[in-house]
Design a protein around this ligand. Structure first.
Ligand code: CA
Length: 231
């Protein structure tokens, strides 16, 4: 799949130039002009990498980095910090806040893209964590296979993505919108009801051999994978 790059930059001409260059290099992009907006966008669709400007109104780029690093689903998101500052102290501060790399403005688009590619390659190697496990459910991300208490569970590709998303944060309630963004992607128009349909299929598949229902429905909010739910 085409990597999705989140651009967080409050100066629109710079954001547009970066978007143009990244689009031309074959990436998908989404732009946020504030830290708040960046976090909202991440809720809708998880990017593969973020390019974050240091100087932002309200929340600084450093704060955005810290928030992303504190969240389970973005803990390993590769982040490149953009800044007009080039001093050693700033560089250290940026890296300490969780940025993986650091590019000083004005930068050449070619250099930035080379760094993006290098970071994406590195994160691909690292994210080869082959398994996720929760409450007896084991997801093999490489083989795309799921078992519950050792027995195979057959899932469609969509249900598989839905399950791996829920398993990123057991107990956490994902809204339908968030699931739509994460599983179907932000560009596609899909009715929220589609999420309910696939959750039903996922639930049936997981519970096919008995055992407690691991999918918790929270009326008007969304869904979680949760073994501690009240019946
Ligand atoms: Ca700025």
């Amino acid at each position: 799949m085409t990597p999705l790059i989140l651009i967080v930059e409050d100066e629109e001409p710079l954001a547009e130039m970066l978007r143009y260059n990244l689009d031309k290099s074959g990436f998908r992009t989404m732009v946020a002009v504030t830290g708040e907006e960046a976090l909202q966008k991440v809720d809708m669709e998880l990017p593969d990498l973020a390019v974050v400007d240091w100087m932002l109104p309200e929340r600084s780029g450093i704060e955005v980095c810290r928030v992303l690093r504190a969240r389970d689903d973005t803990r390993k998101l590769p982040i490149i910090m953009l800044t007009a500052r080039g001093e050693e102290g700033d560089r250290v501060l940026g890296l300490e806040a969780g940025a993986d790399d650091y590019v000083v403005k004005p930068y050449s688009p070619r250099e930035l893209i080379a760094r993006i590619n290098a970071l994406l390659r590195r994160s691909e190697v690292q994210s080869a964590l082959p398994q996720k496990e929760y409450a007896g459910v084991v997801v093999d991300l490489d083989a795309h296979k799921v078992t519950r208490d050792g027995a195979p569970v057959r899932l469609s590709p969509t249900c598989f993505k839905l399950l791996t998303t829920l398993m990123e944060r057991p107990g956490y309630v994902f809204s339908r919108d968030r699931l739509l963004g994460r599983v179907w992607g932000g560009d596609v128009f899909v009715e929220p009801r589609t999420v309910d349909v696939h959750i039903r299929r996922l639930r049936q598949a997981l519970n096919a051999r008995g055992g407690c229902d691991l999918i918790r429905t929270v009326r008007a909010s969304g869904y979680a994978i949760d073994e501690q739910q009240d019946a």
